[in-house]
Every structure is written in C-alpha cells, then in structure tokens.
Design a protein around this ligand. Structure first.
Ligand code: 13P
Length: 307
C-alpha cells in the first residue's frame, strides 16, 4: 500500500497500547528483512533513515527504494528521518518523499529547541508530514551524535508538556534511561518507568523510545564465535520494552541489533566459505538473521497482528 505518515501508525499504537518498531536501514537487505517480517506478522512498521545513511546511500535512492518496496506489502509503512539535524535536512527529506521526520535540537537550550522544532512542524504539517522531536538527552554514540554519560539527562515531565503545547509536535522522544549503541549499562539497564507513566499522563501524543535494541546475549555470543570483538554489551530487556509500550511509548527505535545480526551472519558465511564471492550468497543469510531480530521485536512490541 502507499506510504502513510508516522502519525497515522503511532496514534493507533498509543491508543491500542502497543509499540511499533522503527528500524534503521541503509540498504536493500535490511529493508527487505523488515518489510518481509512486517508483512508476515501483519504489523505496521516504520523504516528510518539517519543522516549518515543518507550520506552513505543517497536520500532519494533510499526513499524511492523503500517507497517502492513498501507499495508491495499490505501493511502500513512510514519512512522516517532519524535525528534530523536542521530545518534544511527535514525539508530535503520531505522533498524526497519521507512521511515522517525527526528534528533533533535536544542539544540546544529549551527555548531554542522549541523555536527550531516549531519551524519544522509548521513546514512539515503544511505538507502533510508528521514530526518527532526530542527533549532531554540520551547518552551513547550514534553517528554524528556522541553524548557522554555526564552530559545525558532525563526528560522533565512538566517541560515535556510545555514543549508539546508550544511546538505542536506529533510524537516526543523522551530520555528515560536508554542510550544508543551496544553498551547500555551493566546487566539489565535501568528504565525509568515512573517517568514514562508521568509524561504519558500529561499528554496523549505517542512517546518515542530511542536506544531500544535488546543486544541479546545469544547474538553477541554468536558474533564473538564468528571472530567479532565486543565488550560488556547490554540492551533493553524485553519486559521493559513491553511494559513501556503499554504505558505510552508508541515508537521504538532499533538499529544496533540489526547491525549486529547483519555483521554476524556475514562473518559466519565468510568464515565457513572462503571460496564464496557472490554477494547474494554472503548477504542473504544476513537478511535471514535480521528477520529473526525484527520478528522477535515486533512480537514483544505487540504490533504483530495490528495491521
Ligand atoms: P539502538 O542503538 O539501541 O539500536 O537505538 C537506535 C536508535 O535509537 C536510533 O535513533
């Protein structure tokens, strides 16, 4: 079916108390994996493209490829700009056909974040596109954003309410203890469920959880067994993800798990078949392993069966 906005997908998710996976993609195989699973599980889904992905593969190329692939499945799909850094970046993404954008001015002071975000909301809404913004600051490393633990701070509920009212955004990324990347803390990373509930009690708009990868041990062990090196990795526990989606989180961002799955499977093929040089034989298994990740997440989020 034709693309829908992020707002259409996420409003239903918040009302239905389930989450929708927003999976980062920058290539054919990841997009295929996510869409094939979404179709098989009858799940709405969001494909998201970061600024790094745009530089890597080209904004129009990615958007057109994803829109074409989305038109061939029967479930609702949105194409979202992840961590848009400026008004211009959001505008060019919309020009290319994105149906959802994030303006991330969370590193700016409160008033400046409001000013920049409102500008994007006015432009995007005039073109029928819905908008995510962020308040608070997540720790971790993600492409152009590298925030140390000391610089990270959690979202203040009252500020969140004022921010939503003054900007008119459609969904809000909240800092509630998660961080980007494979190192989210020791053991089971702390998620501030009380904060999620408090913010959700003040606003009906869907909330967004960044840094939601599970970084499962079976995957990091497989990665290591295939020769990969990774330290004390930890991700968000399934129960924490599921509880959050019942309490107001609608959009759940996943990138690291797909990257780990992709690379693990590539390593395994290259280790097992040194004579192989057909890219399809090398990348096909990575698509299969990414499908396992996406499938598990969609079931945990409760989006399976909702399309
Ligand atoms: P992960 O690093 O946990 O996959 O989070 C990705 C993300 O939040 C993208 O915005």
């Amino acid at each position: 079916m034709p693309l829908v906005t992020g707002g259409v997908i996420l409003t239903a998710a918040r009302a239905g108390k389930y989450g929708v996976g927003a999976f980062n993609s920058n290539n054919l195989e990841t997009t295929q994996a996510v869409l094939e699973v979404a179709e098989a599980l009858k799940s709405p889904v969001i494909l998201q493209i970061s600024e790094g992905a745009r530089k890597y593969a080209g904004t129009e190329t990615l958007a057109h490829m994803m829109a074409d692939m989305a038109s061939r499945v029967s479930v609702p799909v949105a194409i979202h700009l992840d961590h848009g850094s400026s008004f211009e970046s959001c505008k060019t993404a919309i020009d290319a056909g994105f149906t959802s954008v994030m303006i991330d001015a969370s590193h700016d002071a409160f008033e400046e974040n409001i000013r920049v975000t409102k500008e994007v909301v006015d432009m995007a809404h005039a073109r029928g596109v819905t908008v995510e913004a962020e308040l608070g600051r997540l720790g971790g490393i993600e492409e152009h954003v590298d925030v140390s633990a000391e610089d990270a701070f959690l979202t203040d509920p009252e500020e969140a309410l004022e921010f939503i009212r003054r900007t008119g955004i459609d969904y809000l990324a909240v800092a509630i203890g998660t961080s980007h990347g494979a190192y989210k803390g020791k053991g089971r990373p702390f998620i501030d469920h009380a904060r999620i509930e408090k913010i959700a009690s003040l606003t009906p708009i869907p909330l967004v959880m960044h840094g939601a990868s599970g970084v499962p041990t079976w995957l990091t062990e497989r990665f290591k067994a295939a020769g990969g090196e990774i330290g004390d990795a930890a991700g968000i526990h399934d129960e924490d993800v599921s509880r959050s989606t019942q309490n107001g989180i609608g959009k759940v961002n996943i990138d690291t798990d797909l990257r780990l799955a992709f690379t693990t499977a590539v390593r395994e093929v290259l280790n097992a078949s040194p004579k192989e040089f057909d890219p399809r034989k090398i990348l096909g298994p990575s698509r299969d392993l990414m499908k396992e990740i996406a499938s598990h997440r969609m079931k945990v989020l409760g989006s399976a069966g909702k399309a």
